[in-house]
Design a protein around this ligand. Structure first.
Ligand code: NAD
Ligand code: GLY
Length: 367
């Protein structure tokens, strides 16, 4: 059985604590979850497995069995399924359960789910008793290639996406590609948007490989998906190791997200999946870069073509430009009131650009 380990190297001599950890990728890994956790260090027997009813129905039993086999006593907590529940009200309910059950500082939290469960469980881990250990067990492609790695945790606020949160690194990320077999095709496509992102921001040759595979990328029954997960995790680990708390280069991971988060918020988190909104946002970023003279028209054309081959939408209609701009101004990358965009210079290279509201509004009006 092929098994891959990728190091996320964080911390260092000047830091009080080394926050480095490993990403393990292996088919069937869920059944080994408890044993893997034991290798990381001493943990209380009592732990909390946070999931949602959809993932819970599929994988809770196997996860609990694996934890119990390793001597853990897991408390299972389910958060309702959906981006609309990614908020502080639901977080509070999780705190209630943890406190009622008297989970202590050495008790680990395990996030079993997609990016929503991962971000929320990570935020609970960052804040419960001022921080407890946690592990990511991502179950969607998007979570396996992106959200489970790097320690961004948090929830949405009624005014915008992911506005409340913390950087808090897991002690380990355990990726079992077998879990993707139950994932809807739409969710696979949404995850592929973030895979395409890595090709645009970091590695043109990876983008070319994706172009060659085109429509077959959505077929997760082949070994190809493991290659995509490994490649994506390696790039994410490299970027996060350079800039853990997004004071510089890490911001490039947000390609398409300034547009995308606004699209999600303006459509009440119900029309588009996160990855779908990011796909539209990446094409918009490409077209904006062309308008600003940063790249040539071929760049957004190639991005659009690849995303369409995957089966993703690349345009959004009916959003009012001024409302769109106002939603984008709530982005975390706004500096001194000015919007900062990640824009492609070429396939494989992006830059961070501060753009005036006037130029942004013109673009949103013309597109
Ligand atoms: P999601 O967590 O909502 O999962 C999508 C759907 O798939 C859900 O209905 C879920 O119940 C279901 N599901 C999960 N695993 C399944 C499985 N194995 N089989 C069948 N169904 C399954 O969505 P997502 O796309 O995984 O994550 C999106 C979230 O991730 C957004 O909130 C986004 O902001 C966040 N995100 C965070 C980061 C980060 O760095 N922290 C990065 C990217 C995205
Ligand atoms: N998904 C953006 C980041 O992890 O920084």
């Amino acid at each position: 059985m092929s098994s891959t380990t990728i190091d996320v190297n964080l911390g260092g001599a000047s830091q009080s604590k080394d926050r480095s950890y490993k990403i393990a990728i292996e088919r069937g890994l869920l059944n080994d979850l408890g044993a893997r956790m034991l290798t990381v260090g001493p943990l209380n027997k009592r732990c909390a497995l946070i999931t949602n009813p959809t993932v819970g129905a599929l994988y809770r039993k196997a996860a609990v069995a694996s934890l119990e086999d390793a001597g853990f006593l897991p408390l299972v907590i389910e958060i309702p399924d959906g981006e609309e529940y990614k908020n502080l009200t639901e977080i509070e309910k999780v705190y209630d359960r943890l406190l009622e059950e008297r989970l202590e500082r050495g008790s680990a939290i395990i996030a079993l789910g997609g990016g929503v469960v991962g971000d929320m469980a990570g935020f609970v881990a960052a804040t419960y008793l001022r921080g407890v250990p946690y592990f990511q067990v991502p179950t969607t492609l998007l979570a396996q290639v992106d959200s489970s790695v790097g320690g961004k945790t948090g929830v949405n606020h009624r005014l915008g996406k992911n506005l409340i949160g913390a950087f808090y690194q897991p002690l380990g990320v355990y990726i079992d590609p077998e879990l993707l077999k139950t994932l809807e095709a739409r969710e696979v496509r949404a995850g592929l948007a973030e895979v395409v992102k890595y090709g645009i921001i970091w590695e043109g040759s990876f983008f070319e490989m994706l172009e060659e595979s085109g429509t077959s990328l959505g077929d997760i029954s082949t070994g190809k998906v493991i290659e995509l997960i490994e490649h994506s995790c390696r790039i994410k680990a490299e970027v996060v190791a350079k800039d853990e708390r997004e004071s510089g280069v890490r911001a490039i991971l947000n390609l398409g997200h300034t547009f995308g988060h606004a699209i999600e918020a303006l459509t009440n988190y119900s029309k588009y999946k996160h990855g779908e909104a990011v796909a539209i946002g990446m094409v918009m970023a490409g077209k904006f870069a062309v308008k600003l003279g940063i790249c040539d028209a071929q760049v957004p054309e190639r991005i659009e073509k690849l995303l369409e081959a995957i089966g993703l939408e690349t345009h959004v209609d009916g959003l009012e430009p001024k409302e769109f701009l106002a939603a984008m101004k709530l982005d975390k990358k706004v500096k001194g009131g000015t919007l900062r965009f990640v824009l492609p210079k070429a396939i494989g290279e992006v830059s961070l650009c501060d753009i005036s509201d006037g130029d942004t509004l013109n673009f949103l009006t013309d597109i």
